[in-house]
Ligand binder design. Structure first.
Ligand code: ZN
Length: 334
């Protein structure tokens, strides 16, 4: 006799899979299950884990499942509900995830990539709220900004657009790839094969690489950073660089701010092109301290038109942004 309508949100991440259940119209999870992605998995193994997590949740929380939203950490053909491939796990090529879940659970299903759903999640429940300038608990999307660019800066740089309340996919589903816009045509070669993309200049591994290059070229500089890594260049990460910068290491600070400047330049270009109301930045690199944030904002302002406002704020939902986006996606199917 329980006819509560339930929405299921699924997130296939690179290192973990998460399923969560909410009542329609509510802003809190009824239940949430997570499992580490097994080493040497394939697509079928990942799907099996997710189906079990979903079944556990549905068994524990009576009600009627009404829709499923799915976030996938890799390229997705949104219109056809296909995963195009995974950069981490074999076997996902053209996997019909939407139709498979629809056949199993008998409700509408939609699948999108994690950057787009991170954007939708932040727009609907997080830093896309008009009055929210700082991290806040998830709440209703009724007061969301009209347009939002979401950028995640971690091991790569991903992005997604929400325009007038909807994800903007672009003609081929490639909209939002700010990580592969070019800010230095003479820069290093990016994973995409071109030079000087935002990603190869500003992501976490890029910050580590830039620091390593500087330490190699300037044997007397960066004493504190060298101390932090005990002179083991292979152990150097972006976290070491931001910590050394915060603790006053001049070389580390220069490296960190150069990366921030390149990201800010890319954001400035995006602002001139699309004039979004707000830019939301998430991912581990955004924890690099106030100097990093100030330089991102300064460079964005310096590289866009003076008439354009630069409203760049931290993400509010952390790693859960795509999961919240999957909930918003499920909601949009009703
Ligand atoms: Zn690139």
């Amino acid at each position: 006799m329980n006819d509560t309508r339930l929405l299921l949100a699924l997130d296939f991440g690179g290192t973990k899979h998460t399923a969560a259940l909410a009542r329609q119209g509510e802003r809190a999870w009824l239940g949430r299950r997570q499992q580490a992605a097994p080493p040497r998995a394939d697509a079928a193994a990942d799907v099996t884990i997710m189906r079990l997590l979903a079944r556990e949740l549905l068994a524990a929380h009576p009600g009627r499942l009404a829709a499923i939203g799915v976030s996938f950490g890799g390229p997705v053909d949104f219109a056809r509900g296909l995963v195009r491939l995974s950069h981490h796990v074999p076997g996902w090529e053209n996997w019909p995830l939407r139709d498979q879940l629809h056949a199993e659970f008998g409700v509408p299903v939609s699948v999108d990539n994690d950057a787009n759903l991170g954007a939708l999640g932040e727009w609907r429940f997080g830093a896309g709220q008009v009055e929210t300038r700082h991290p806040a608990p998830p709440r209703s999307g009724d007061h969301s900004v009209a347009s939002l660019l979401y950028i995640t800066v971690s091991t790569g740089v991903g992005g997604g657009w929400v325009l007038d309340g909807r994800i903007y996919h672009g003609a081929e589903g490639m909209a939002g790839e700010i990580g592969h816009t070019i800010v230095d045509p003479n820069g290093p070669v990016c994973i995409c094969g071109r030079r000087g993309c935002v990603e190869i200049m500003a992501c976490g591994p890029a910050i580590a690489r830039r620091a390593r290059e500087r330490l190699g070229a300037e044997p007397s500089a960066g004493a504190h950073l060298r101390e932090l890594i005990q002179n083991d260049f292979s152990a150097l990460t972006a976290e070491h660089v931001s910590r050394a910068a915060m603790e006053g290491d001049a070389l580390a600070e220069e490296v960190l701010l150069a990366a921030a400047r390149d990201l800010g330049t890319g954001i400035g270009n995006a602002l001139s092109l699309m004039n979004p109301q707000r830019v939301v930045l998430g991912g581990g690199v955004t924890k690099s301290g106030e100097a990093w944030w100030a330089e991102v904002r300064r460079a964005a302002r310096a590289n866009t038109l003076p008439e354009i406002s630069v409203d760049i704020v931290p993400a509010a939902l952390g790693d859960d942004a795509p999961l919240w986006g999957a909930l918003a996606l499920a909601e949009s199917l009703l």
